[in-house]
Design a protein around this ligand. Structure first.
Ligand code: AKB
Length: 362
């Protein structure tokens, strides 16, 4: 037992070196070939018959996480799925159409691929959720329950499910919001995420399911746009700054919200999933912080690179009411302590990277 625990820690340390980003786009096997500090055994350990199934892979996080998982585990071991065909699918990539609410079809999918790891990313976000509360509950809760039941029944080794800062509410502390505090979400999305967290912890305690989760803040990325969220402005602003030189923000100038760059979000998810089981002390969902800023602050940062950029604000958007109940900043001490979480990107580096990539790739 001690030997296994020792090896797990050893491999985890090596994976952290690999995940550090130093090896860029290299697969773990390529990284090992060019770097003697990553021992060969590490590759064997990582690819030890892992089979990944991702549900909801077409979205903002899924599309980039799938790329990272394919690089790590091999394209043939990552099965992506969504309710619609993806816009791009490379020849050897495996994709299946699935509606997570269709339990018989989902059962067939699990039985066909026998995944060892499951990533459930299909969800309706905060702004769209307010338009369709019943649908948001159905997808976010019944979809999760279907996956949790099948994961237990078919013995999936590890499950990842994202929660959100939307679990907090008007009576949660606004600054440096603690892992454990008053949680009174007002959006239906927040209600489903908080209920989902309780379900995850319940399935862990009752059925010993190894489920891992983080409370994502707003995610900033340039490859795939987010859809239907309150934090989406932090991506829209870059696209419109480059296209039109101006942006009308649906949140007020001083609304501070927690955010995270996609590269950090993907690395954090993989580090959490790699962490030795004995290091995971939270089975609801970990607070995860990157940075916090207001629309006015990000606007000023963009102006440093695009001096003609102009910003204005609308004051009657329903997303403002949601944002007003969310934390301005998050305390992620448990994630740092348990599995070594540390974000890399700040507002300046995000702004530079977003503009450089959107300019050349979009
Ligand atoms: C949203 O704005 O709804 C999401 C989230 C913070 O979970 N990006």
């Amino acid at each position: 037992m001690q030997f296994i625990a020792h090896n797990a820690t050893f491999f985890h340390e090596n994976l952290q070196i690999y995940n550090s980003g130093y090896f860029g786009e290299k697969s773990i096997n390529e990284a090992i070939d060019c770097c003697p500090i990553l021992p060969k055994k590490c590759a064997n350990f990582v690819s030890m018959k892992e089979r990944i199934l991702m549900i909801g892979s077409n979205g903002q996080i899924g599309s980039e996480l799938a790329t990272a998982l394919r690089r790590r585990f091999g394209t043939e071991n990552v099965i992506t799925s969504d309710i619609r065909e993806p816009t791009v699918l490379k020849e050897d990539e495996i994709f299946e159409i699935i509606n997570v609410l269709d339990k018989p079809a989902l059962t067939d999918l699990f039985e066909k691929y026998k995944p060892t790891q499951l990533y459930l990313l299909a969800a309706m976000l905060s702004a769209t959720g307010e338009k369709y509360p019943q649908k948001a509950w159905d997808l976010n809760i019944n979809g999760l329950l279907n996956v949790l039941d099948l994961a237990v029944e078919l013995d999936v080794k590890k499950v990842f499910w994202p929660s959100s800062i939307a679990v907090f509410g008007p009576h949660s502390p606004k600054q440096n919001t603690d892992q454990y505090c008053v949680m009174d979400p007002v959006s239906i999305y927040g209600v489903t995420k908080l209920a989902g967290e309780r379900l995850c912890e319940y399935y862990h305690h009752k059925y010993k399911l190894d489920i891992r989760s983080v409370r994502f803040p707003g995610i900033i990325s340039w490859k795939t746009a987010p859809g239907g969220g309150t934090t989406d402005y932090a991506v829209d602003i870059f696209i419109e700054a480059l296209k039109y030189g101006r942006y009308t923000c649906f949140l007020s100038a001083n609304t501070a919200l927690p955010m995270l760059y996609m590269e950090d979000a993907v690395r954090g998810t993989m580090e959490l999933m790699d962490a030795p089981v004995e290091q995971i002390s939270i089975r609801s969902s970990y607070n995860l912080a990157g940075l916090s800023f207001t629309p006015s602050e990000i606007g000023k940062e963009i102006k440093k690179i695009l001096p003609n950029f102009e910003m204005s604000y609308v004051d009657d958007d329903p997303r403002q009411a949601i944002a007003d109940t969310w934390p301005a900043s998050i305390d992620d001490a448990y994630a740092r302590r348990d599995w070594g979480w540390k974000p890399k990107f700040d507002l300046e580096s995000i702004t530079e990277d977003m503009i450089a990539n959107l300019k050349t790739n979009v």
